[in-house]
Ligand binder design. Sequence first.
Ligand SMILES: Nc1ncnc2c1ncn2[C@@H]1O[C@H](COP(=O)(O)OP(=O)(O)O)[C@@H](O)[C@H]1O
Ligand SMILES: [Mg+2]
Length: 365
Amino acid sequence: MDDHADPPDDAEPPDPLVGRLLNDRYQVLARVGEGGMGYVYKARQEPIGRLVALKVLLQEVAENEQAVRRFLNEARIISQLRHPNTVSLIDFGHLEGTGQLFIAMEFLAGGQLRDLLDRGRIDPVAALRMTRQICQSLAEAHAKGIYHRDLKPENVLLDDVEGEQFVVKVVDFGIAKLNPALAGLEAGPLSIQLTAPGTRLGTPAYIPPEQAFGKAIDGRTDLYALGVLLYEMLTGHLPFKSDSEQGLFLEHLHTPPRPISEAAPDLAIDPAIERLTLQMLEKKPDDRPPSADAVIRTIDQILMRLAPPTEGPTPQGPVTLERARMVDAPTDDTPVTIQRSGPPGWFWAVLAVGLLAILAVAILR
Ligand SMILES: Nc1ncnc2c1ncn2[C@@H]1O[C@H](COP(=O)(O)OP(=O)(O)O)[C@@H](O)[C@H]1O
Ligand SMILES: [Mg+2]
């Protein structure tokens, strides 16, 4: 390092963990995320070389009982979840030296769903397939008595799977609620209330009415937040907007969302997709789809019609970048497409040989 190159006054000081080998096995490569309670780092697990995401609790909140409890809660919850659409836990413990708590998870290289949304709205078939994947994550969690309570595009990450296919994974179970009775666990210190009395959890733009007002929640609470997310994927806009937090809460509570056919008239939205989205956004949990599985069934019916499978009996193909391309950007008329490579060379060779063979047969007859 050049001792003479003083950083400008407003530059952030370098992160002390980046570049270090932690606990003799995690080589920290970069900081990739930050939240109120800690940072998330990309690291390489030595000596096997796999990439991991290390979520580290800030030293400043190490004494904060509630922060520690939430951190433990998150590790405990993801340790129980096995579904491939939920981020998987690798390790949990204290960093040697600083003593900070950390969670090591599989590293998801495709970025946040937020990054995709920032480029514009998402093709309805891709939006439905992503929603379906999130529902699968939720179905397992709900069956175990776990409710996420903070679904939003920043907490849905894309896994970079071999080129053009990808899966989405749900992360950030930091404020998830675990029902010890349903989860078959003893009510221990971790099931203590995760919030100080009177404080609210969640993100105002996505918060379900019953959560905003501190009422009882269940799986349908997550389906509401997912409804906001689906609406945003389809239209490029949030269903509710307000200058103030209080205003947003009131919108969630009282204002029916603008129909998708009005919010994005050029989309010519399929009526069944609109019905499903608005049903997920119903104010009363009883008026929403009853479960994540019910949403999956409805999505499958729609996909069967809009994107019938070319092979196999099920309509839920993988989400491909081609399908997930933006149909347009909300602020720009130019269509935005994600750069992707075309089919491999052998594909064209096989196609050409096939066409020639058909032509030869036609001529010879
Ligand atoms: N497993 C992961 N792989 C890659 N990046 C991740 C992973 N987990 C979290 N991140 C990044 O860090 C950000 C913050 O992580 P998150 O778990 O949501 O914590 P917070 O409670 O601070 O919101 C995520 O939005 C994402 O950008
Ligand atoms: Mg988050």
